[in-house]
Design a protein around this ligand. Structure first.
Ligand code: SF4
Length: 262
């Protein structure tokens, strides 16, 4: 099968932006899942929020939905409930879902909603030209924090593990093949799939050198079904930063339980 998942929309991300790598990884993941017979093009819905990442739905020749800022997850849960045959994939940003829409992210994880969320985590509000987000490191200097932010960032993987997410992963956008495989596993997982994709913003917060030296990939002991083991590994965030699928368990999904109610 050779389907063109591109659109005629002009790509307006900065040249070289790793958002392009996430786009390529997703197109390849979809193609491979379709060729394997495990995904139908008409059943895919790609959703996005507001931010640089949000343009991705313009560049994908699948069903798409662009939400209000931080509000893509309620729309995704509604879609999945109304039509359980859909494969609902959400692209969001650290500003979009760790700041504005954090409550929706936590509750979708808690409910085990059968949706997939891929976070373009560039640790900066990039579309608005460089303000701190909840994953910006302490001391980050931007338009809203010219002398450096005094706030500590949070670790989104630890948050999702404690909230009850049943699939928790991290990827690094420049590693397209790794991101593609993680996306395929996330889509195949029944339940809430969360992937934090570190995506350096080469214009407002270029972290390629920082992460390029630190990212390493989890070994065959992962994913684990033991939340304590996954949590311990996710706490590792310093000279070395683990990436891959940390945690995966099977559990009834929110939508199937809801639709089974009499
Ligand atoms: Fe990418 Fe940053 Fe440019 Fe946005 S501002 S398109 S995140 S490089």
């Amino acid at each position: 099968m050779d389907i063109n998942l591109s659109t005629k929309a002009k790509i307006t991300w900065c040249p070289g932006c790793p958002n392009n790598a996430i786009l390529v990884a997703f197109r390849e993941a979809v193609m491979e899942l379709m060729n394997a017979g495990s995904l139908k093009l008409e059943n895919i819905v790609a959703c996005s929020g507001i931010g640089c990442h949000g343009k991705i739905t313009d560049y994908l020749n699948v069903n798409t939905f662009t939400s209000l800022h931080g509000r893509l997850i309620p729309a995704m849960t509604g879609m999945k409930t109304a039509n359980p045959a859909l494969t609902v994939v959400g692209f969001s940003g650290d500003g979009d879902s760790y700041d504005e829409g954090l409550d929706h992210l936590v509750h979708a994880a808690r409910r085990n909603s059968d949706i997939n969320i891929f976070i373009h985590d560039n640790q900066v509000f990039a579309l608005t030209t460089g303000q701190a987000t909840p994953t910006s490191p302490k001391g980050f200097k931007g338009r809203s924090t010219p002398t450096g932010t005094i706030e500590e960032p949070f670790n989104p993987l630890l948050l999702m593990l404690s909230a009850g997410a049943t699939f928790v992963a991290r990827s690094y956008a420049p590693e397209i093949a790794k991101t593609k495989e993680i996306m395929k596993a996330a889509i195949a997982h029944k339940g809430f799939s969360f992937v934090d994709i570190i995506q350096p913003c080469i214009t407002f917060f270029d972290t390629r050198d920082y992460y390029g030296k630190r990212i390493y990939w989890l070994d065959e002991k992962f994913p684990t079904n033991d939340v304590a083991t996954a949590t311990e590994k996710a706490r590792e965030y310093g000279d070395k930063i683990p990436s891959g699928i940390f945690y995966s368990i099977e559990k009834p999904a929110f939508e199937e339980q809801l639709l089974a109610l009499k």
